[in-house]
Design a protein around this ligand. Structure first.
Ligand SMILES: [Zn+2]
Length: 553
């Protein structure tokens, strides 16, 4: 197309626009745009949840959203017909864990049988050879067809000549094979380690499960090399784009890890999502120095809030609860550090001016953290601190939620836990506490800002959205339907609210003029789909900065 013929059409358009009172910024020609997506169901997730037809992108940013007339007003060599499909902001996973993995590592978070674990081990032996250590993470007996944990004989059957250690989802136990036990000198005569258990089966033999102290074997695994870790980090971050995740907050990093991320973001060949890294306060000097050095970060990599662990989780279980667990005497879990230390820790970080994202799962941990933050904010008020609780897996007393609303203490929560951790909750909680696990409706109704995130259990957003809307566990059981939220609320919590928790609501989280063109196309209309089928919705295309970075085709 020549520039002449390009210019001839818009002249008519300008006249037409003039006659209906539209802005006349297009004086003599259509504006040029890098990308126009038209004929879609565009969920902008703006304040009014407006739904449009067309989005126009230029230089990585959204320049307009609106009806089909935009497709005439803006000229582009790259016009995409969405054929009525949903286009929405990319998901913002405000609590996840992404890392580079060594070549010996097997990802187990999506396996559904022990037989599949054996197949993956067999394939890994083919890849790296006999004698090499094999590691893995993420299995859970709740998701295995056999309905039990993988045990030493299962691993020995496929890996007699490779030491194997596979850590359970949550990280509180691992299964190892006979060769790994031999190399670590762990036998029936080995005394039980402090704070951990070397399990025996009913036959009296070691069954390969080690709880809490799996490093008695894991310490033997050779260190990974920098080059294999950075290469795998690139692959693992890139893989998020296929899930529609265009931004993450990685919830547990050390300042020393920043260099690898910075190098990766400077050199990556694969497209990557935007990342914010959350550090623990082990080394305030290093964290403050890093902040000094990188400032607020660029649009793709920045330092996030400080991570604090108040208590544990429901594996163990170790969440700190107000009332005892079911069938465990007076046991109520525990804090991750003595209470006075935790209170001092939270005050120190608050006073240092940092935002905090605080792991609090049990209701007693939530109450303590909220009371501490409220006191800190009264003693030392800070505008727009945006402290938030992560997980919020048990519903705390009303007074606690009122305090949260009053002091703008927010939440990022994983409703997908209601689905995947159903077995854990049912084992340890009962009655009202079980029904109100991972509450969403009640904190939102109290006026608390709630984001949804995955904590990689699993990593894809559709499980969390499904559980947020249906309140169903893996078995199909519905828990506390009064805690369900609408699809519109769930989508906002997984996009715009995540941006807010990172102080980035001006640049992402919704499809509005001036924001990054981070967008996804869904396979089905998630607003009208039968809720039972939400997990079947897939991401067909992902755009970051207006560039197509993933296509299912
Ligand atoms: Zn986590």
């Amino acid at each position: 197309m020549t520039s002449n013929s390009r210019n001839s059409i818009p002249l008519l358009l300008v006249l037409a626009l003039g006659s209906c009172g539209q802005p006349d910024s297009a004086v003599t020609s259509a504006d040029e745009a890098d990308l126009v997506l038209r004929n879609g169901k565009v969920l902008t997730i703006d304040a009014d949840f407006s739904i449009h037809d067309t989005v126009v992108v230029n230089a990585g940013r959204i320049v307009a959203t609106g009806d089909s007339s935009l497709a005439e007003r803006y000229r582009s060599d790259n016009v995409v017909d969405l054929q009525g499909k949903v286009l929405m902001p990319g998901f913002i996973d405000s609590h996840t864990h992404i890392r580079g993995r060594p070549q010996r590592y097997i990802e187990l978070s999506e396996v559904t049988s022990i037989a599949e674990i054996q197949e993956l081990i067999g394939a890994k032996i083919e890849e790296i050879g006999e004698g090499e250590w094999i590691t893995g993470y993420g299995w859970s007996e709740d998701e295995l067809g056999e309905g039990r944990r993988p045990l030493r004989p299962d691993l020995d059957a496929i890996a007699p000549n490779n030491p194997v250690i596979l850590t359970r989802a949550g990280g509180h136990s691992a299964v190892v094979n006979s060769l790994a036990l031999d190399l670590a000198d762990v036998t029936l005569a080995t005394p039980q380690p402090d704070g951990g258990v070397i399990e025996r089966g009913q036959d009296g033999q070691l069954n390969g499960i080690i709880r809490e102290r799996q490093e008695i074997v894991g310490r033997l695994v050779p260190d990974s090399t920098y080059s294999e870790l950075i290469a795998s980090l690139e692959v693992n971050l890139n893989a998020l784009l296929a899930k529609g995740i265009t931004s993450i907050t990685d919830a547990s990093k050390r300042p020393s890890e920043y260099a690898m991320w910075e190098e990766l973001y400077g050199t990556a060949e694969l497209p990557l999502p935007r990342s914010a890294l959350q550090f623990q306060w082990f080394d305030p000097v290093a964290i403050n120095a890093l902040k000094e050095q990188v400032g607020d970060g660029d649009d793709f990599l920045k330092i996030g809030p400080i991570k604090v662990f108040a208590d544990g989780g429901f594996t163990g279980p170790a969440a700190y609860t107000l009332e005892p667990y079911v069938n465990q005497g007076e046991y109520r879990g525990y804090l991750n550090m003595p209470e006075a230390e935790l209170v001092a820790h939270l005050n120190e970080i608050h006073d240092a001016g940092w935002q905090m994202g605080i792991h609090a799962i049990g209701d007693a941990a939530i109450v303590l953290v909220v009371n501490t933050l409220a006191d800190a904010l009264e003693r030392n008020p800070r505008d727009d601190h945006r402290h938030f609780l992560n997980h919020f897996s048990m519903r705390p007393p009303e007074l606690t939620m009122e305090l949260m609303a009053e002091h703008d203490i927010h939440i990022t929560q994983q409703p997908n836990f209601t689905y995947t951790l159903e077995g854990r909750y049912a084992e340890n909680l009962d009655g009202w506490r079980l029904q109100h696990n991972n509450p969403l409706r009640s904190p939102m109704d109290h006026g608390i800002t709630v984001a949804i995130s995955s904590d990689i259990l699993p990593i894809g957003p559709m499980v969390g959205i499904y559980a947020a809307v249906t309140r169903r566990g893996m078995s199909g059981t519905v828990y506390g339907p009064d805690e369900a939220i609408s699809m519109e609320e769930a989508l906002r919590a997984y996009t715009a609210t995540g941006a807010f928790l990172n102080f980035e609501e001006e640049v992402k989280g919704s499809l509005e003029t001036g924001k990054f063109a981070d967008m996804i196309v869904l396979s089905e209309d998630i607003l009208s789909i039968d809720p039972d089928r939400i997990m079947e919705v897939t991401v067909e295309q992902t755009y970051v900065n207006g560039k197509l970075v993933y296509s299912a085709e």
